[in-house]
Design a protein around this ligand. Structure first.
Ligand code: SF4
Length: 99
C-alpha cells in the first residue's frame, strides 16, 4: 500500500531526475552568439525587445523563444532549438523562424 509520504517521495525523485536530465543536455551545448553565421541567417537576437519591427511587421511584443512552438525549455533561461542544433538559445531571444 502506498502511503502519502511514499507517493510524495516518488514525486520529488521524479522532479529531481527530470531537472537533472534537462541540465545534462544543456551542459553539452553552448549559447548561440548573435554574430554566428547561422544566427545571422535568421536574424537571431538574444533579446526579443531588440527586434526590428519595421523589418518584421508580423513581430508582436511578447514574441520570444520561450513562446515559440519548437523551443525546448532548459535551465537558466536557455533552451534548445532544432534550427540551431547543438546550441542554446535565450528564452527571451527571437529569430525570424518564430512560430
Ligand atoms: Fe527561438 Fe523559435 Fe527562432 Fe528557435 S525558431 S531561435 S525557438 S524563435
Amino acid at each position: 500500500m502506498t502511503t502519502r509520504r511514499t507517493f510524495m517521495l516518488h514525486v520529488v525523485a521524479g522532479v529531481a531526475a527530470t531537472s537533472m536530465a534537462a541540465q545534462a543536455w544543456a551542459e553539452d551545448r553552448k549559447p548561440l552568439p548573435e554574430d554566428d553565421p547561422e544566427a545571422r541567417k535568421f536574424d537571431y537576437v538574444t533579446d526579443a525587445t531588440k527586434v526590428d519591427a519595421k523589418k518584421y511587421p508580423d513581430f508582436k511584443p511578447g514574441d520570444k523563444c520561450l513562446k515559440c512552438q519548437i523551443y525546448e525549455d532548459g535551465p537558466n533561461n536557455m533552451g534548445g532549438c532544432p534550427i540551431f542544433a547543438g546550441k542554446l538559445v535565450a528564452a527571451n531571444g527571437w529569430c525570424n523562424a518564430f512560430n
